[in-house]
Ligand binder design. Structure first.
Ligand SMILES: *Cc1c(COP(=O)(O)O)cnc(C)c1O
Length: 384
């Protein structure tokens, strides 16, 4: 154990913060009170529990207003939200889609849902998000422009889109990424699953690309049980995403006509009722998380990831930087044995057998971070 004193004082702080002398301190648990119960009960009483209902519309309006986006489309989870976003920007079978290897598996999986393939680009340590310089280097070396399209030189495949991810709620350098995507004719979709409440240069994450996608899974900053949301300022993309999420049914008083093969990806009203209650608390949740991050940053002997300059992170999960993988593993072993739930980052996608064959650039920073970062308990609590 490299710094036993710092570690035990950290565990003392965590137990004190969560007011639990013993038992498990989870990495991230949802926070509900009577409001959620009231709205879900209302929803049940109304009998509109399924995909049509006032809570879906209200939840979409709340997220649009909160982020400043013109349109929001609620779906059943973040993964299919990414799938739909890629669909409406034109990703098709055999395309290549640039993304980071340091992400949750849902990101490349959503690309695979189109029979397209991910290309992994390195991240940068300051943001833990896609590195603009690495993106540029890959495109300079491996792509040509042909008829307004970005073509991967070795394979002739179209590089259609780019999906950076705002890791743990720390905003990626999204304006630089957008510039490169524009320059190379690549669509930009932001995986903002972890970054509701995170702002880059005064603009909410998810609002730089053609579309941004949030997740409301049980472990995210707010939850609808399961759920996701696309945001965009483009009326046509919003209309198309909504249409595709509702089996592409052509509006008609009684006729069943569908003009594209499409699925039922709509968020049920029951889930949206939870979302409406959670959205009212989101500003408090963010404030509380940012305060917890301050506490962690003031703990002696710890190096914590901090929000990059000119950004506001939601600090969805606080990130401790260990010296190396040996220290990381010792820290994970020890804290989990103390029933403090800490977790490493995801195994980088290029190291998973399912994505080992994917094209990729340098993975130096990805591997460096994956070996060192540990997530600390970051739940919000009632009456903290
Ligand atoms: C949670 C998450 C998703 C997927 O969201 P689900 O709602 O669980 O499908 C996608 N990408 C990232 C980075 C996530 O953290």
């Amino acid at each position: 154990m490299s710094n036993p004193q710092a570690w035990s004082s950290l565990v003392r702080f965590i137990r004190q913060y969560y007011a639990t002398a013993e038992g498990l301190v989870p990495l991230h648990a949802p926070c509900f009170d009577q409001r959620e119960k009231d709205l879900v009960t209302n929803c049940i009483d109304s009998t509109f529990v399924s995909s049509v209902g006032q809570y879906v519309t209200e939840f979409e309006q709340q997220v649009a207003a909160f982020t400043g986006a013109k349109y929001a489309v609620a779906v059943v989870n973040g993964t299919v939200g990414l799938y739909l976003a890629l669909k409406v920007v034109g990703v098709q079978s055999n395309d290549l889609v640039l993304t980071q290897s340091l992400t949750f598996v849902a990101t490349p999986n959503a690309i695979k849902m189109h029979q397209a393939d991910p290309v992994f680009i390195d991240v940068e340590p300051e943001t833990m998000g896609l590195c603009p310089a690495a993106l540029k280097a890959f495109l300079t070396e491996h792509s040509d422009q042909r008829n307004g399209r970005c073509i991967h030189r070795q394979t002739g495949r179209v590089i259609r889109a780019c999906v950076p991810m705002h890791t743990l709620g720390f905003p990626a350098r999204i304006d630089a990424i957008l510039d490169i995507c524009n320059q190379y004719n690549i669509a930009l979709v932001e995986d903002a699953a972890e970054s509701l409440g995170s702002v880059y240069h005064g603009r909410h994450t998810g609002r730089f690309g053609q579309l941004g996608v949030f997740s409301f899974n049980g472990n995210k900053i707010i939850t609808t049980g399961g759920g996701g949301m696309l945001i965009t300022d483009d009326a046509e993309l919003a209309r198309h995403a909504k249409h595709l999420s509702t089996t592409a049914k052509v509006p008609h008083a009684w006729l069943f006509e569908h003009d594209e093969p499409a699925y039922n990806l709509r968020m049920p009203n029951l889930n949206a009722a939870l979302g409406v209650a959670q959205m009212q608390k989101l500003p408090q949740f963010i404030a509380q998380k940012r305060q917890l991050a301050q506490h962690y940053q003031h703990q002696p002997g710890l190096v914590m990831q901090k929000e990059p300059a000119n950004t506001q992170a939601n600090y969805w999960l606080n990130a401790l930087m260990c010296q190396d993988q040996t220290e990381r593993d010792a820290f994970l072993d020890w804290t989990n044995s103390q029933q403090i739930q800490t977790r490493p980052l995801w195994t980088p996608m290029h190291q998973l057998p399912i994505y080992a064959q994917a094209l990729r650039g340098e993975m130096t920073q990805t591997e460096w971070l994956a070996a060192r970062v540990v997530n600390l308990p970051s739940s919000v609590v009632n009456d903290a």
